[in-house]
Write a protein that binds this ligand. Structure first.
Ligand code: F6P
Length: 347
């Protein structure tokens, strides 16, 4: 009897913990008599029929490594001519029983649409941004906030030595989760996030007060944070990816602009640091290795039970599942209540 074949793909920006998911999927499937194939570079792999067979030997111990052994890309099936038809053809050609799409909102959005077109698909939520709906956390986020925390710890010492204001620009696109959690853990004096616009004049006054109190100031600013008066100074790259996103972390971002504006208004010596891809690279934290493993194993349960159109999800301390539709209908943003808690410690 031929073995049932299950495909895995990892799409979007990589996140620490991806390899733990791949291993978490491969072991139970192989042990239960399935064949597992890994598509290369996200949706690009299935569009180009480019894959490899995954085995327990090949995936042994990979949960400790960052990145993804399958590579990733931001390829959007819906931006390719006849993309959906090609995916459907290649699904058939590879004799796939089902596909597990591991990704953030973009990758899972495509997964949901393809599921609606009749393909057997389940999803696993990944992103350092932690903005996928219907799961308490995505994997990758914990590693990223630990990286921000550690970097802020380092920045405290040099900023304090020079009595400066340090503006630290943090990833997260339109969500402020990384800046919020990283900023709280790393003791930022102010945290600015996209969900709540700030006012540069008010902030300048607060920064002056905080500088008087501590002798230095650290500001964690999310790359998507907004101050209407400053927007015209921000120079984004005009290049957009397949999902229509511009690069927020490059060019002249909010970090640089904010540092300049604060310098003009406060006369304090200011510097800015863009953490960029340091927040995504390197080995996953223990939490992400375990969460990735648990997500992967749970995804195989969905396969065994033929529950198509679902995504695994962290619910409290347990792993459950939700409809893909609920996960991709909107992004998960920082609530006012959560931001208020952080604000208690500003200044
Ligand atoms: O979505 C994850 C993320 O790291 C965002 O926080 C960031 O804006 C973006 O990806 C960067 O993407 P890329 O690596 O494609 O430039």
């Amino acid at each position: 009897m031929t073995k049932k074949r299950i495909g895995i793909l990892t799409g979007g920006g990589d996140a620490p913990g991806l390899n733990a998911v791949i291993r978490g999927i491969t072991y139970p499937l192989v042990l239960n008599g399935y064949e597992v194939i890994g598509y290369h570079a996200g949706w690009k792999g299935i569009l180009e029929d480019d894959y490899e067979i995954l085995t327990m030997d090949k995936t042994a111990d990979i949960q400790r490594q960052g990145g993804t052994i399958l590579k990733s890309s931001r390829t959007n099936v819906y931006k390719r001519e006849n993309g959906v038809e090609i995916v459907k053809e290649n699904f058939k050609k590879a004799n796939l029983h089902a596909l597990i799409a591991v990704g953030g909102d973009d990758t899972l959005g495509v997964a949901y649409k393809l599921y609606k077109k009749g393909l057997n698909i389940v999803g696993v939520p990944k992103t350092i941004d932690n903005d996928v709906n219907a799961t308490d956390y995505t994997f990758g986020f914990d590693t990223s906030i630990n990286r921000v925390m550690e970097t802020l710890d380092w920045l405290h010492t040099t900023t304090k030595s020079h009595g400066r204001v340090m503006v630290v620009e943090i990833m997260g696109r339109t969500a402020g989760w990384i800046a919020l959690h990283g900023g709280i853990a790393g003791g930022a004096h102010f945290i600015l996030i996209p969900e709540f616009a700030f006012d540069i004049d008010e902030l300048s006054k607060e920064v002056l007060k905080a500088h008087k109190k501590h002798g230095y100031v650290i500001i964690a600013v999310a790359e998507g944070a907004e101050e209407p008066k400053l927007q015209r100074h921000i120079m984004r790259s005009q290049e957009k990816d397949d999902f229509g996103h511009a690069q927020l972390w490059s060019g002249i971002g909010i970090g640089k602009v904010l540092a300049n504006e604060l310098k003009d208004r406060t006369n304090l010596e200011t510097r800015s640091t863009v953490l960029g891809h340091l927040q995504r690279g390197g080995n996953p934290s223990a939490f992400d290795r375990v969460l990735g493993t648990r997500f992967g194993v749970k995804a195989t349960q969905l396969i065994f039970e033929e529950k198509w159109g679902y995504m695994v999800s962290l619910q409290g301390s347990g792993i459950g599942f939700v409809k893909l539709e609920d996960a991709v209908s909107e992004l998960k943003y920082v609530t006012e209540k959560r931001y208020k808690t952080a604000k208690l410690f500003f200044g």
